[in-house]
Design a protein around this ligand. Sequence first.
Ligand code: IVH
Length: 664
Amino acid sequence: MESVKFRIEQLTRELNQHNYNYYVLSEPVITDFEFDKMLEELVKLETEYPQYKLGDSPTQRVGSDISNKFETVEHQYQMLSLGNTYNEQELRDFHNRIIKELETEPEYVCELKFDGASISVTYENGKFVRAVTRGDGTRGDNVTENIITIRSIPLSIDPKLVSDKFEIRGEIIMPHSVFDELNQIRERNGESPFANPRNATSGSIKMIDSREVAKRNLDCYFYYMMGRNLPADNHFESLNILKKAGFKVSEHSKLCNNLDQVFDYIHYWDKERHNLPYDIDGIVIKVNSFKMQEILDFTAKTPRWAIAYKFKAEQVTTKLISIDYQVGRTGAITPVANLEPVQLAGTIVKRASLHNADQIAILDIRIGDTVFVEKGGEIIPKIVGIVQHQQGSTPTQFIDNCPECGAKLIRLEGEAKHFCPNSNNCPPQIKGKIEHFISRKAMNIDSMGEETVAQFYENKLINNVADLYKLSKDMIIPLERMAEKSAENIINSIENSKSVSFDRVLFALGIRYVGETVAKKLAYAFKNIEKLSNATKDELIAVDEIGERIAESIIDYFADTNNIRIIANLMNAGVNFEIVEEQKLSEKLKNLSIIISGTFSKHSRDEIKDLIEKHGGKNVSSISKNTDFLLAGDNIGPSKLEKANKLGIKIISEEDFENMISNF
Ligand code: IVH
């Protein structure tokens, strides 16, 4: 029996190597026939001796008959997206921001931006363990069974080159040849074709039957390893190590010493992309040095050390039939064009955004015109110009009154959009505010959706967010499509929302310009709603990242008695309006403003920020005469030091900092 075990091991190893040669290196060394023979032998042995089947057996590549359920799993590291740039100036701005922060010019790695579906794969002890979709960035679907069928993704890798456990990110793609064939088959079978390879890819990786996925011939390029447990101090080197370890890594990545080389790369691929066997929608530019990446850090959603340059979108022409005016949750009016249906970048377009009154006037867009339509980075296509006016057409008159409630529209100074000021009585604004309030990142009242909000509003059960807390099961059950259980779920999730933290409650209120990050900053700076509502403009602006525009919007919000009444009702209902202080470690840094700069040997920058706050101090992001200390790590820029010296700010090391917060 030892010989069977040995043979199974040998076949597994050799077949995995052949898969790698074929799908990763594109250099097969045996014929398909020889491969199939070996695979057949392995299938037979595994069926007879299942006890010897290995975890990385290539026989799994054909899929299994277990139907997929896709449990939701949390990513160990968030799956962030990238900031986008659409022209060279925006890219120069990105470069200049980086130079300002680093005080030196970095090297960049330029990569193709694959247009597919991102995936996060976990390996443990050199073996493939799990593959998870991006989902909402925090949680995704476990699509392991389907991803195993992608033959270019290694089931085992050289464990010497990587750490025991790691997550690696890549993009699943469907090559053009596969896409064309798939659509031909679908049309022959009377099924609707996929709009583009990206849609076909995301559809494929969510299929219930992994045997069907195996037939889709998907591919995957890897481009980023989390946790950086690699013997490299830069991204380019890390890609090479990943390649050596067995991953498929694009051969088109390039190290660039300056911005001109980055532009050369972009220009080259803007033309050459049409000759690639798969879709790309741009170029990704990443700062090469890990140390510099760490200094540049992340915003809440994207890394500051990388950006995407998106290629110019495809354009088509069609006729503008009419213009609708939509009212958003904040009262902003968006003109939307109804178009003669036209095929654009794989989908049929019937509607397009017209942005605002200025845009319509500048382009002189008139009903009946033949217009250029473009699909940019956004999902909604936009009209970017006119080909010609229709004979006898007249200039478009922007509406004066709200199409929903009839109120006279206003246009604030410096604002591009018209607004309906009737925020407390205009139906789409009322519903929009409630929808925002219940959304996942706000109060997370997940048993309700857009339709439930509309239903409750139309039945006069709710007219503002505070009314949610007055609902009872008896009020909901008589409504259409509602039953005991659904009513109970709604009441329970409303009840649960009372424990949502203050920063999210603040975000949920939907104050104009107060997004998730700003809400967090405000909540921690003012600690409770009372202090925030009484804050002066100067006090608001003193908070990190709060500018004039945000400060004014907050003051306006609290000046509206209707808002005050809603907040009072929410408070009475038990919604959380103060920061429940995390346990403080000490008050050793009380009233001290500390700026950190550079990299540190014992702590990450985030740990240091956390320590400052836990010891009662304030971490500030820009240096001023009010700063007490500059905590300087390695690689700190000379101009920051000079500025600190000029302002007489004390410079301390990581060791000094540790002494300041220690107990001795
Ligand atoms: S790096 C934190 N590199 O683009 C860095 N992303 O718009 C994360 N993508 O979600 C991404 N090609 O799905 C990176 N060479 C590449 C990429 C790439 C395609 C996708 C990826 C990401 C999205 C961001």
